[in-house]
Design a binder for this molecule. Structure first.
Ligand code: KDG
Length: 349
C-alpha cells in the first residue's frame, strides 16, 4: 500500500540555469509536473510511501523520466507505458522549458506537451480498484490533469470515485494553467470542471481566487489576501460543498523576479488560520512551491496533526523549495520544522 497516490503528468523539465533559453547550448534536466511533485515531496522530505499514476511513452525520454522518478523515491508501479511509433505522432512525452527571471527581467516558461500519453489516458485504462485495494490513505490530483483533455478529466473523476469507495482522502489542487485551457473554454471551462468534481473532494488547495471560483456564488473580483477575506470565502465554498473538510491556499506576492512574500491560509472546522509569514523571501526557483505547500500540508494532516501545524509545514516546505533549482524540495523534515519554529533560514528576512 501507499500513503499517497497522485495522478498527473510527469514532464521532463529543461533548465538553462542562469542563462536565457535562446543563449543556452546545454540544459540541466529535472522531472516535474504539479501532481508528481507532491508525491516526490512527501516521499523525499517527509518519508511517506508514494506512487504516481501516469502515462508515458516507452522511448528513451520516457525511460529517463522513469529513472528520475525512481531517484525521487516515488513508485512507478502505476505508470502506464505506451508504445513509441518512432516519431511520436500518436503519443508523446511532455517536456517544458523554464528560464529564470532576474532583477527587472521576468521568467519565461514554455510548455511542449500536446498529444501526450497522459492527455490521451481514457477511463478504463487504469485499474483503479487494483490501485486502491492494496491500501492507499490519500489520493491527490488537480487542475493540471483535468486541463489536459476531456478524457483526462473523466479519468480524474473515475479515480476520485474509486478513491472514495476505498476510503482514501481526496485532495485537489486547482492549479489553473491558462495555456492548457485555451482550447477548452479558458477560465470558465476550468471553473465548470472544478465545480463538477468538488463533491468528490475532501481537501481543496489552490490560489485563493481559484478556490473562490469553485463556489457558484463567488465573484471573480480581486483577491485581498487577508485572513478575514479568506475565511469568508472559504466558509462560502464550504457551505456549497459540505464535504470539503479543509481548504488551503498558499499566498505568494511577487516583489521582484527573485523575491516574494510567502505565506498561506487554511480553513478547517469552521475556523480560518493564518500561517507563517516569510517576507521578502529570496527566490532561486519558484517552480514547485505550490506543490511543496500541498505536500507539507498533506503530511501534517496524514500525521494527524492540528491544522495550524499542517499549514505551517506546507508554508515552510514551499519556502524551502524556492531556495533550490528544480521543481522539488531537497529539504529535510528537520529543516522544515526549524523554519516553522521561527528559525529563519538565510533566505528569509
Ligand atoms: O507546479 C509545478 C508545475 O507548474 C510544473 O511542474 C509544470 O506541471 C507543470 C505545469 O503544468 O505547470
Amino acid at each position: 500500500g501507499y500513503d499517497l497516490v497522485s495522478l498527473g503528468e510527469i514532464l521532463l523539465r529543461f533548465d538553462p540555469g542562469e542563462r536565457r533559453i535562446v543563449g543556452s547550448r546545454s540544459f540541466r534536466v529535472w522531472e516535474g509536473g504539479g501532481e508528481y511533485n507532491v508525491a516526490r515531496g512527501l516521499r523525499r522530505c517527509f518519508g511517506l510511501r508514494t506512487a504516481i499514476a501516469s502515462a508515458l511513452v516507452d522511448n528513451a525520454i520516457g525511460r529517463l523520466i522513469e529513472d528520475l522518478v525512481l531517484q525521487g523515491g516515488v513508485s512507478t508501479d502505476h505508470i502506464q507505458w505506451r508504445t513509441f511509433d518512432g516519431v511520436g505522432r500518436d503519443a508523446r512525452n511532455g517536456i517544458y522549458f523554464l528560464e529564470r527571471g532576474f532583477g527587472v527581467r521576468g521568467g519565461l516558461g514554455m510548455m511542449d506537451r500536446g498529444h501526450t500519453a497522459m492527455a490521451q489516458l481514457k477511463p478504463g485504462d487504469m485499474d483503479w480498484s487494483q490501485v486502491f485495494s492494496r491500501g492507499v490513505r490519500w489520493f491527490h490530483t488537480g487542475g493540471i490533469t483535468t486541463a489536459l483533455s476531456e478524457s483526462a478529466t473523466e479519468v480524474v473523476q473515475e479515480a476520485m470515485l474509486a478513491a472514495r469507495a476505498h476510503g482514501a482522502i481526496v485532495s485537489y489542487d486547482c492549479n489553473y494553467r491558462p495555456s492548457l485551457w485555451s482550447s477548452r473554454g479558458g477560465r470558465q471551462g476550468s471553473i465548470e470542471v472544478n465545480r463538477s468534481l468538488m463533491p468528490l473532494v475532501d481537501v481543496l488547495l489552490g490560489h485563493e481566487g481559484d478556490v473562490a471560483r469553485t463556489a457558484a456564488a463567488s465573484s471573480n473580483g480581486p483577491v485581498w489576501h487577508t485572513l478575514d477575506s479568506f475565511g469568508e470565502m472559504a466558509a462560502r465554498v464550504q457551505e456549497e460543498y459540505s464535504n470539503l473538510k479543509v481548504i488551503a491556499s498558499s499566498v505568494r506576492r511577487a516583489q521582484t523576479a527573485t523575491r516574494n512574500d510567502w505565506s498561506g491560509f487554511a480553513f478547517a472546522n469552521g475556523r480560518a488560520v493564518d500561517g507563517l509569514h516569510c517576507p521578502m523571501l529570496e527566490v532561486l526557483d519558484r517552480v514547485g512551491s505550490g506543490d511543496a505547500f500541498a505536500a507539507g500540508l498533506i503530511y501534517g494532516l496524514l500525521a494527524g496533526r492540528e491544522i495550524d501545524y499542517a499549514l505551517n509545514c506546507g508554508i515552510a516546505h514551499g519556502a524551502l523549495v524556492m531556495t533550490t533549482p528544480g521543481d522539488s524540495s531537497m529539504a529535510s523534515l528537520a529543516e522544515v520544522e526549524h523554519l516553522m519554529s521561527g528559525g529563519h533560514a538565510a533566505t528569509s528576512r
